[in-house]
Design a protein around this ligand. Sequence first.
Ligand code: NAD
Length: 262
Amino acid sequence: MKILSGKTALVTGSTSGIGLGIAQELAAQGAHVMLNGFGKPDEIETLRTDIEKAHGVRALYNPADMSKPDQIAAMVDECTKTLGGVDVLVNNAGIQFVSPIEDFPPEKWDAIVAINLSSAFHTIRAALPGMKAKKWGRIINIASAHGLVASPFKSAYVAAKHGLVGLTKTVALEVATDGVTCNAICPGYVNTPLVQGQIKDQAKTHNIPEDRVISEIILKAQPTRQFVEVTDLAALTTFLCTDAARNITGAALPVDGGWTVQ
Ligand code: NAD
């Protein structure tokens, strides 16, 4: 029997990057999964059916925009009705925007706070009653090294990720006797489309090739000088779902090649 047989996982922002890798791994561990995120409908359908075929689980897709509380509530409701609940909730959807604060567009601030922080409040409040009723649940918030330390020009992202770490701690305390844990994973740089956008922008700004941006700017923060892999984050997510991890709650777990210990 697999670790998550009979359980259901909802992973927000799982049509790409870290969220997709986590959804695939949770399915490999036996969970039915609900995918969410943006993308081309035919590509998303391929991702969905590939998961079903590879792992013999059900995989559904819900297109909820994570900046819209009513759509989030409807997605949790659909997951509960069609897949039997939300046993594992991974709050992963996120966006980035980089700018000095004086030029930071207020609408970008609002979007980042909504998608990277408030969406987790909305999913958690909707999913918790079901977890409490079953006396089992795992909430995993994909924060960032930027939930623990700051970098310039990322005001909204750093504020939202610090907020997500705070939300994680609060929820952990509220549900500590309910069989539910709530933790944050704080990755360093992972080579996903989100970071590839930053690499392209920096290459233009500094007029240097992308490989120099990677070695001289992006990975400068990371003592290992290597990207964190999506599989590293998926493996930790799976561990947090095991019984062995039942006393890990309220933690902000860095997976950052040593970035935040400097
Ligand atoms: P990504 O761009 O590859 O994936 C982001 C996902 O979120 C996609 O599926 C996208 O469709 C979805 N999404 C974006 N806006 C959405 C919205 N309004 N509603 C629903 N879905 C939406 O990025 P990624 O690097 O895989 O990032 C995933 C998470 O990991 C983010 O929260 C990010 O902040 C965090 N993170 C990433 C890194 C990194 O280096 N890549 C480091 C630390 C933390």
